[in-house]
Design a protein. Structure first.
Length: 125
């Protein structure tokens, strides 16, 4: 397989099974084929229609993870799934060595709460 795979057209991504995505937001429903609707709740496709990991799309999903507008919990769930797929495929990623995004966020929130209780101002809301 070439490093550069074919770009997946929106119609192809739309037809992928839910298992091809790193994470699916929970507020959707399943259609007659068992796929989540609306399709916009499915994020970061990395497996093809046959369930095989597509390395270029896996790398792309890993690179785009931090840019998503997912909740910290869903980002962490997606990160774990993508890192596991990368390890199984023999792909190294810096994400598996770092603290999780959720752990970083919890540390920041605890620090911010400590600052507030000491009379400081909120950094982020």
């Amino acid at each position: 397989m070439s490093y550069y795979s074919k770009v997946w057209e929106p119609a192809y991504v739309n037809d992928l099974p839910d298992s091809s995505f790193a994470v699916i937001e929970p507020r959707g429903k399943k259609d007659g084929e068992g796929k989540t609707v609306p399709r916009s709740l499915r994020h970061l496709p990395f497996k093809d229609k046959d369930g095989k990991v597509d390395l270029p799309h896996l790398r792309n999903a890993l690179a785009r993870l931090s840019q998503t507008k997912l909740s910290p919990e869903l980002k962490e769930k997606a990160r774990k799934k993508l890192v596991e797929a990368a390890k199984n495929a023999g792909v190294e990623t810096s994400l598996d060595e770092k603290k999780s995004f959720l752990e970083d966020w919890r540390c920041f929130a605890a620090w911010q709460d400590a600052c507030l209780s000491a009379g400081g101002k909120r950094v982020l809301t």
